[in-house]
Design a protein around this ligand. Structure first.
Ligand code: HEM
Length: 147
């Protein structure tokens, strides 16, 4: 039960993160916060860095949710192997994606790295979506059949 709702929350938060990322890219706000991991004024948000700051905060939240889903699936003996695999792949991808985010800033939005950032984001979304689908389908099919 916990795995399903953890994975679903991760999916919703991840979708919002990708939406914010698309907005940053389209609006040309990618370098509003030029430092990593924190913006020049530290951990607190401020108007000039707000969108980038939000992207990083939501990225950290997404990372924690995806890793928590993986841990929950690995320690749950009843969790299906498919969930363990997709949630582990999602965790590897989220760590890669956050590291890549730092490189995107470091290289001042190198076009190839921004394109890879989008590509990995899509793979990540696919893995979390599969985790949600497997988690809900398995819980549905394991309900006792009442006729
Ligand atoms: C789970 C983590 C993350 C996901 C899923 C994610 C996803 C995305 C997506 C989908 C975009 C839009 C790309 C495009 O339209 O071409 C984007 C843009 C961006 N992301 Fe992330 N991101 C993540 C973490 C980070 C982190 C940690 C940073 C570090 C600062 C970062 C920095 C950026 C920047 C600077 C852009 C704008 C690039 C530009 O201006 O073209 N991202 N992100």
């Amino acid at each position: 039960m916990a795995i399903q709702y953890l994975a679903l929350t991760a999916l919703i938060v991840l979708y919002s993160l990708m939406f914010i990322g698309g907005y940053i890219s389209a609006a040309g706000l990618g370098l509003t916060c030029p430092e990593w991991p924190l913006c020049p004024n530290g951990v607190m948000p401020s108007e000039e860095y707000f969108i980038e700051w939000t992207h990083r905060l939501v990225a950290a939240t997404t990372g924690m949710l995806i890793i928590a889903t993986m841990i929950a699936s690995l320690i749950n003996k009843n969790a299906d192997l498919k969930i363990k695999i997709t949630s582990s792949l999602a965790s590897a991808l989220v760590v890669t994606q956050i590291t890549l985010g730092a490189l995107v800033i470091d290289t001042k939005l190198h076009a190839v790295l921004v394109a890879i950032h989008l590509g990995i984001g899509i793979w990540l979304f696919a893995m979390v979506l599969l985790t949600v689908l497997f988690a809900f389908r398995i819980s549905k099919s394991s309900k006792p059949i009442t006729t």
